[in-house]
Design a protein around this ligand. Structure first.
Ligand code: ADP
Length: 558
């Protein structure tokens, strides 16, 4: 399906809003046309009328159209704006829902600035599609019909002349300007996305950029992209300016032509002279409806480019698809992994190459291996972020591939190496894991993670804001918060992925002590590259290049 058709299918629920927008737009411009026509007639008639009563109809008409124009204009603005906001809300929710199943596997190749541009600017560009692309042409058709009917009533030739100029302004001009702006418009969207992505990248990496003294290079790069975008926008502005100038010229030419054609008809007696002023003024008023068409064509171009970018992203097949009939949640939570194979992409080396192990409920398995050995990949597969290529992972006898991804994720609590903390309070960051938890449960979890006393020492306790990505906390504090959060989630399978690397040995020992109660009865995987925490596990596997190379009990560790 073409992007335009897909966009149209998205707004089906708003069809009546669009119909109302078209009706009110037509009524507004129709009132303008009526006002012009009746006013011209009134002035001419007033010059020759012998009695005021001959003018009463026209005076009432002027009053009616002047008031109705204002009323309809208000209604049209109100309805179209309201519709725009509702459509925008729907588009944002639609896009978010569409990309959520793609995270994180399919989104890792998209830069965060680019994603931001798609969520922000592209969706806002689409908002124009409905109000500035769909509504104006429909209004223009209706107004053209009305104005041509009025002129045609006097003489068909007048209607034909007006129609020619309306088509020139409303169709030919936009088509030419569309043709001219096609390339710069799509280039401008790409340039804007590139600029956004670069800016986000630079802001996120500000500290490193300054530390390496690279700010001049980055600054120059930003300025270059900025100049590029400006040049494209200038080209678009020139095209727009020319279009507007020509539209004004055609409006005046239409009036002059109608006038020139009407004069012989009046001298020939086919039309009463009192209507002479009415004819060109009606023609001029009708141009209000075709003037937005140039912009509509341009918007069509940019909204198609934006839609293409959005569809391209959401059309990526998700890495993990829920089974049609998901299995029920397992009743016990022992973990059995058999001959597991996985690679991140077809041309990548195997991240896991025939890994097998078992962890009965209540037992703890340590997984040790150097960086890149495939340890975190195991956690990624257990969390159903990626699907394994071959082999099996069973929790309580149920293959996790047979579970709905959400269900599988509920079974597993992970303290990852890099946990994202949201820029909100300590409390909100903790409750994220389990919004239904009670205050007491939150405090117990914090105590077990050795976080509670620290939080109490903060000026605002649990209400303290942690800063963007938790930057106001130290690495160790962030880790303890992450541990507390995972405890609060209370999942039956626990993965500690380098969870205590930022802690000093005393705090680390205390955290393990605190965790002991929580870990009792749970299935625990402790991932580490330096054997940290291996004193607290029952068994260890050593991974290298995706294979188990050794298994030894903790007591034998150096
Ligand atoms: P470890 O946790 O043991 O350090 P990982 O499981 O993160 O190792 O990585 C195993 C292999 O998979 C490495 O070769 C790594 O480059 C690759 N890898 C890890 N994460 C990704 C990813 N998101 N996309 C592509 N390749 C990845």
């Amino acid at each position: 399906m073409s992007p335009t058709r897909r966009l149209l299918s998205l707004i089906r629920p708003f069809i009546w809003w669009i119909v109302a927008g078209v009706f009110l737009g037509f009524a507004t411009i129709g009132s303008s046309v009526g006002l012009m026509a009746v006013s011209a007639y009134l002035i001419s008639k007033a010059a020759i009328a012998t009695d005021v009563s001959q003018l009463s109809m026209a005076i009432a008409g002027v009053r009616l159209f002047a008031l109705s124009r204002a009323g309809f204009r208000y209604g049209e603005r109100y309805v179209t704006h309201l519709a725009t906001f509702r459509i925008l809300t729907r588009l944002r929710v639609w896009f978010y829902r569409a990309i959520e199943p793609l995270a994180p596997a399919r989104l890792q190749t998209v830069r965060s600035g680019d994603l931001l541009a798609r969520i922000g600017a592209d969706i806002e560009t689409l908002e124009n599609f409905y109000i500035r692309v769909i509504v104006p042409p429909l209004v223009a058709v209706l107004v053209t019909g009305l104005a041509c009917a009025i002129l045609g009533y006097f003489d068909v030739i007048l209607a034909v002349a007006l129609l020619v100029f309306l088509l020139l302004t409303g169709v030919a001009l936009p088509l030419v300007s569309r043709w001219l702006s096609q390339q710069p418009a799509s280039e401008a969207i790409l340039a804007r996305a590139e600029l956004n992505a670069t800016l986000v990248d630079q802001i996120q990496g500000m500290a490193d950029m300054l530390a390496y003294g690279q700010e001049t290079m980055f600054h120059e790069r930003t300025m270059r992209l900025n100049d590029q975008l400006n040049q494209l926008q200038e080209r678009l502005a020139v095209i727009r300016g020319m279009g507007n100038g020509l539209a004004a010229l055609f409006t005046s030419l239409a009036a002059l032509t109608v006038l020139a054609l009407a004069i012989p008809l009046i001298t020939g007696g086919q039309i009463d002279g009192v209507y002479l002023a009415l004819l060109p003024l009606t023609a001029i008023a009708s141009f209000e409806a075709v003037q937005p068409l140039s912009q509509a064509f341009q918007m069509l171009e940019s909204s198609q480019a934006a839609a293409r970018r959005l569809f391209e992203l959401i059309d990526a097949p998700p890495a993990v698809v829920d089974p049609p009939q998901p299995a029920a949640r397992p009743a016990s939570f022992g973990l059995v992994v058999k001959d597991l194979h996985f690679r991140y992409s077809a041309d990548a080396v195997a991240a896991l190459d025939g890994v097998s192990f078992e962890v009965p409920p209540g037992r703890r398995l340590g997984i040790v291996g150097s960086s890149g050995a495939g340890k975190s990949t195991l956690a990624n597969l257990l969390l159903r972020y990626w699907d394994y290529d071959a082999g099996s992972i069973q929790v309580g006898g149920v293959e996790i591939r047979d579970l709905a991804a959400d269900e599988a994720r509920e079974l597993v609590g992970v303290v990852a190496q890099h946990t994202h903390l949201f820029n909100t309070s300590v409390r909100d960051n903790l409750f994220l894991a389990n919004p239904e938890a009670s205050e007491e449960e939150m405090i117990v979890a914090s105590q077990q993670a050795q976080l509670h006393d620290f939080v109490l020492s903060l000026p605002e306790g649990y209400e303290t804001m942690v800063g963007e990505n938790g930057l106001k906390l130290s690495g160790g504090e962030r880790q303890r918060l992450a541990i507390a959060r995972t405890i609060l989630k209370g999942a039956p399978v626990l993965i500690l992925d380098e969870a205590t690397t930022h802690l000093d040995s005393l705090t680390e020992a205390k955290v393990w002590e605190g965790l002991a109660e929580f870990m009792a009865g749970r299935t625990v995987l402790v991932i580490s590259h330096q054997q940290a925490g291996m004193a607290y596990v029952d068994e260890v596997i050593w991974l290298e290049e995706g294979k188990i190379v050794d298994t030894s009990v903790p007591a034998e560790l150096p």
